[in-house]
Design a protein around this ligand. Structure first.
Ligand code: ADP
Length: 154
């Protein structure tokens, strides 16, 4: 059976932390689908179109990585895509508590789907999208936080 993983998130915007998790997961899965969750109650800072476009650019040289948007439950998307794995990154103990909750609920709803965690690379532990948004909002320089391919965002 092909190993297909969904990497769900907001990616608002994609950071070097996200990029690193996906690249490290490439050898582990036949296909990785980076899926931007569209939340009708929460409008993002960057538009969905921009986030999608940036993710496509970041992973364009990785043939097993696809990018898409979705509404609704991640486990339903997994079923639709025949993905048996949800990929997530772990930075801190706060991430762990949050992820354990979601992971265990997902396991209850869909026992066949496994959540796989990769520990963040130490140099990206401090990095999250909300910090990048805050710096961008006040016209700070975000280039050290976003993938090198995204020169236009700098
Ligand atoms: P969400 O909105 O679900 O928190 P994010 O877009 O913030 O989604 O993140 C998607 C995934 O990437 C999550 O599993 C998150 O833990 C992981 N992630 C985000 N930043 C980093 C980082 N710096 N290092 C490792 N994983 C990260």
């Amino acid at each position: 059976m092909r190993k297909i993983a969904v990497f769900p998130g907001s990616f608002d915007p994609v950071t070097k932390g996200h990029e690193s998790i996906v690249i490290r997961a490439v050898p582990l899965f036949d296909e990785i689908i980076v899926a931007i969750g569209e939340n009708s109650e929460k409008i993002g800072y960057f538009s969905i179109e921009k986030r999608l476009d940036w993710l496509k650019k970041v992973f364009k040289n990785y043939s097993s990585v696809k990018v898409m948007t979705y509404h609704g439950l991640t486990v339903d998307l997994c079923k639709e895509l025949k993905a048996n794995y949800i990929l997530r990154g772990l930075r801190t103990s706060a991430d762990f508590e949050f992820e354990r909750n979601i992971g265990q609920v997902n396991k209850n709803i869909s026992p066949k789907i496994e959540t796989i965690f990769l520990l963040t690379a130490p140099e990206f532990t401090h990095l999250n999208s909300s910090i990048v948004r805050e710096i961008h909002k006040y016209k700070g320089d975000i280039k050290q936080f976003i993938p090198n391919k995204l020169t236009f965002l700098r």
